[in-house]
Design a protein around this ligand. Structure first.
Ligand SMILES: [Zn+2]
Length: 288
């Protein structure tokens, strides 16, 4: 067990449902060495997400969350998604920067934060960057994989819900531009990371609760669901992005009045996701 990755186990009978919150961590490691102001950096956190989903363990699900901040190293990028410009010296591993790294500087290790500027006033040593992968990124994925493996071993399938929050508005650098965002964006990488009934369930429940919901735009899901969602192996993964304006002040990061109502509604949503296990179990029984 890694001190920067926490697993909350279900209190009742365990269901094969694993939630993860990769971006709500706020324990800044001593060796971060950033130049940008800490409060500015903190705006990259998906603040309060693990608390909004804390109830899921009472519904039979497991919660995995990262305690380290995503701008230090991001579990939702591939480990080769590196900008060599940031590294002082030769990088020993493979390099395959994504568009988010090249265009916006928000790759595996963040280079800059929107208009606020560069995260560092220095380059990172290869050993420093490799240490973040070894000590944070890999333990996070390994822990998540282990929880999903245990679910599949016990039940024959698993549902993985990757939980995030997004700014209330896009900006000039984001795919959607400077527009108001819907309440939720659900991502299944264009239908490739879970069975269609998982996406349909999440979208329907949220719309019934009165929320505006977009699917696969402007966020379709990144490395976490790409890596862990394999529906043909009965591993279903889906990403949920919640609009921060529903529950927090984005400037101060303080929770707003909307927090409690949102948490109640998320309990309805996660209850429906847990109930989906019966449907998937029946379908498996029928198919055998
Ligand atoms: Zn996120």
């Amino acid at each position: 067990m890694n001190e920067f990755v926490r697993v909350e186990h279900p209190s009742g009978t365990p269901l094969p449902v694993v939630f993860d919150s990769p971006h709500s961590g706020s324990v800044y490691p001593d060796d971060f060495g950033h130049a940008l102001d800490r409060m500015v950096l903190r705006r990259s956190e998906d603040a309060h997400i693990e608390e909004l989903f804390a109830h899921v363990t009472k519904q039979g699900a497991t919660m995995v969350h990262a305690l380290f901040p995503r701008c230090y190293i991001d579990p939702n990028r591939n480990e080769d998604d590196i900008d060599l410009d940031m590294i002082d010296g030769d990088w020993p591993g493979p390099v395959n920067p994504s568009a988010k790294t090249i265009d916006r500087g928000v790759g595996l290790i963040w280079k800059k934060m929107r208009v606020q500027g560069a995260v560092y006033d220095r380059k990172l040593s290869p050993a420093e960057a490799a240490g973040r992968i070894k000590n944070y990124w890999r333990p996070y994925h390994e822990t998540l994989r282990q929880q999903l493996n245990e679910a599949v071993a016990a039940h024959g399938f698993a549902i993985h819900i990757d939980c995030h929050s997004m700014s209330g508005m896009g900006d000039a650098e984001t795919e959607d531009g400077a527009v108001q965002r819907p309440d939720f964006v659900i991502g299944d990488r264009d239908g490739t990371t879970c069975a269609p009934e998982v996406t349909a369930c999440v979208v329907e429940v949220l719309r019934d609760l009165g929320y505006s919901v977009a699917v696969n735009y402007p966020y379709k899901g990144m490395e976490l669901i790409r890596r862990h969602g394999r529906p043909h192996e009965n591993r279903h993964a889906i990403q949920i992005e919640i609009n921060r304006s529903l529950y927090m002040d984005e400037g101060t990061m303080a929770k707003t009045e909307g927090f409690l109502a949102l948490r109640r509604n998320l309990e309805t949503l996660t209850g429906a996701i847990c109930a989906l296990c019966d449907t998937l179990r029946e379908e498996r029984a029928d198919a055998q």
